[in-house]
Design a protein around this ligand. Structure first.
Ligand code: ATP
Ligand code: MG
Length: 401
């Protein structure tokens, strides 16, 4: 099969293929970009596979970066583009169910395509737009089927991360799983315990952010992958309920998606949950903030303090979760109240602790902090003007109380 019109991303990268070929080696576009081009979806990173070895690639191109030379990958900087060029390889023995113990560089494209995870990820595209399809990927694309390359049992026991990759491809492509591939996912799901949490997080996160996340999450439960991932062991019903109870075409951010998940599970210790998934403290903070806003909104309307404390963006993210749950929303108030806030940060207050010490003779210590917090809240509430005279008066009055 021939692609009649090469997307511009490939056209731009054609000179790279040509240079490698001129040097006497084979080179093809491979991976997700070929799949996405065939599906008429937008393309990101164009990956190139070649019969030349990394050292040979480095001789062909002037500007290169060793980004994973032991796996055969060299980054080539050409014109204003960046291209990952990877030597054809096989991955032989998987000692820990996760990473190949040895990567062998080979000169055969066929060998390279065999080690890839799914038929629709195992295409190669040559410089003339010819699609090389050794595993029936084109007909699977047509039928919207996700199928492991080769023997599914073997493929998931070599690398269990492929189970989560498969689920996130279902969620992004709206495909269905071929039966034997599904059975093998289920029978090998226990191996997910051996996968690093960080890598599992990346895949589950991509699944949640994909447009068909409900489908992905549903199959995530059906193949029992959740049983072998942190903090999710007994959460099947909450996960399924999430797919049934939330009317949301897609999440706006990772933090919003994980907040929705934790709210659905009625998680009492979200920080512990997120730590078990080894997320950053910034991520944890944002997820728990969205959860707190959501819970606050169950008992009160949007007000100045909520917007001041969390900012408009997080309040919006929580409000969209309300909408997904069929609760009333009030985007207008969010905008109006936010724009009318007298300050957005305490550093905007014209008087600081040192001023209070100097001008009123307060002493450093807890009571100084309490005065400052009271000033901050009174300004946010609109009960106190943010000018020196008013603030000093306000603190003097508090002192007398
Ligand atoms: P995306 O569009 O999200 O980038 P992708 O298919 O390009 O999806 P990548 O993680 O970028 O996925 O990997 C590029 C290609 O490398 C895949 O299409 C697949 O052929 C191969 N690949 C990646 N990870 C694995 C794996 N764990 N096992 C087998 N093949 C893999
Ligand atoms: Mg990719």
């Amino acid at each position: 099969m021939k692609l009649t019109h090469l997307p511009s991303e490939f056209q731009k990268a054609l000179p790279i293929l040509q240079k490698i070929r001129l040097a006497g080696y084979e080179a093809y576009f491979v991976g997700g970009s070929v799949r996405d081009a065939l599906l008429n979806r937008p393309i990101h990173d164009v990956d190139i596979a070649t019969s030349s070895y990394p050292e040979e690639i480095k001789q062909i191109f002037k500007r290169t970066v060793d980004i994973g030379i032991e796996h055969g990958t060299v980054l080539v900087l050409e014109d204003d583009g960046e291209y990952e060029i990877t030597t054809f390889r096989t991955e032989e023995v998987y000692v820990d169910y996760r990473r190949p113990s040895q990567v062998n560089f080979v000169r055969s494209l066929d060998e390279d395509l065999k080690r890839r995870d799914f038929t629709v990820n195992a295409f190669a595209l040559d410089q003339d737009g010819e699609v090389i399809d050794h595993f029936g990927g084109l007909s699977d694309l047509e039928d919207k089927i996700l199928r492991a390359v080769g023997e599914p049992q073997e493929r998931f026991s070599e690398d269990a991360l492929r189970i989560l990759r498969g689920l996130r491809f279902l969620a992004s492509l709206d495909f269905r799983l071929e039966e034997r591939t599904f059975s093998a996912m289920k029978s090998h799901a226990y191996l997910l315990e051996k996968i690093s949490v960080e890598r599992s997080f990346i895949e589950l996160d991509k699944l949640l952010l994909a447009p068909f996340w409900k489908k992905g999450l549903h199959t995530f439960v059906k193949c029992e992958a959740y049983r072998y991932l942190p903090q999710l062991q007994d959460k099947a019903s909450a996960l399924l309920a999430m797919t049934e109870e939330m009317e949301l075409p897609s999440f706006d951010s990772s933090t919003q998606a994980w907040a929705a998940l934790l709210l659905q599970m009625n998680c009492q210790h979200p920080k512990d949950f997120l730590k078990a998934w080894k997320t950053s403290s910034h991520f944890q903070k944002e997820v728990t903030a969205i959860m707190t806003i959501y819970k606050t909104r169950l008992v009160q309307s949007v007000d100045r303090r909520l917007l001041y404390q969390y900012g408009r963006n997080l309040v919006y993210l929580a409000e969209r979760l309300r909408k997904a749950k069929g609760l009333s929303v009030d985007y207008e108030s969010i905008d109006t109240i936010y724009l009318q806030l007298p300050i957005y940060d305490k550093r905007e207050i014209v008087v600081n602790g040192a001023d209070l010490i100097k001008q009123i003779g307060l002493r450093p210590g807890p009571s100084l902090g309490q005065h400052l917090s009271a000033v901050e809240l009174a300004i946010v509430d609109g009960d106190l003007a943010n000018d020196q005279h008013s603030i000093l008066e306000f603190v003097r009055r508090r002192q007398d109380e």
